[in-house]
Design a protein around this ligand. Structure first.
Ligand SMILES: O=C(O)CCC(=O)C(=O)O
Ligand SMILES: [Fe+2]
Length: 200
């Protein structure tokens, strides 16, 4: 949390209780998840260029006990962040993401200055084995200099990354094995031009 306040991002290993990590891992290995190509996502997806990502996703909606545990954890985190950092986070949305071998997500921002209501991005990884040379790292770049890498994160089970959605360009490198995660966004309630977003 201190790092998040100072640097705008943080990386937490073993971020959630073990039984919750295990239950989410069981969920993604059960192959019960109905993944869809991410680039035909919903209207709020601010993706301009659909060729930049090749993952498949499933939005989380408390449809299983594991999803419910996840949503509860992130609700606790939302309240904690609001208490400690005064962020006024209003809601949270998240999806499972499956990156098949070779899949990627090229450098992008999760929100755009001015119009954004995504304030904080989270990524939680669900890969129990991840060799150093398997690729698939999340690479985060300096907001002041988009060429400069500031951190590379291995997508290991239990690691949670949090960063300011409007500030940090980032990408997912292709991997030599399938890669599982949950990507999510804490939102602020941003109303403008008669449009209330998120909708009520
Ligand atoms: O899986 C990751 O490491 C990051 C995913 C991402 O950037 C996104 O879904 O917007
Ligand atoms: Fe992203």
């Amino acid at each position: 949390m201190k790092d998040l306040r100072q640097d705008g991002y943080c990386v937490l290993e073993n971020a959630l209780p073990d039984e919750i990590a295990q239950s989410l891992l069981a969920e993604v290995t059960s192959s019960n998840i109905d993944y869809r190509q991410a680039n035909i996502g919903r209207a709020q997806d601010h993706q301009l260029n659909q060729s930049i990502r090749s993952d498949a996703i499933k939005w989380i909606n408390k449809e299983s006990p594991a999803e419910t545990l996840w949503v509860e954890q992130m609700e606790n985190l939302r309240l904690e962040l609001n208490k400690q950092l005064f962020l006024g986070l209003f809601s949270y949305e998240s999806h499972f993401a499956h990156y098949p071998i070779g899949a990627f997500y090229k450098t992008h921002l999760d929100a755009f200055h001015g119009q954004a209501n995504r304030m904080l991005s989270t990524v939680y990884y669900l890969n129990p084995e991840w060799p150093e040379n398997a690729g698939g790292e999340l690479v985060i770049y300096n907001p002041e200099n988009h060429q400069e890498e500031i951190i590379r994160v291995q997508p290991k089970l239990g690691t949670l990354v949090i960063f300011l959605s409007e500030e940090f360009p980032h990408q997912v490198l292709p991997a030599t094995r399938p890669r599982q995660s949950i990507a999510g966004w804490f939102r602020v309630n941003n109303s403008s031009h008669n449009k209330i977003d998120p909708p009520e």
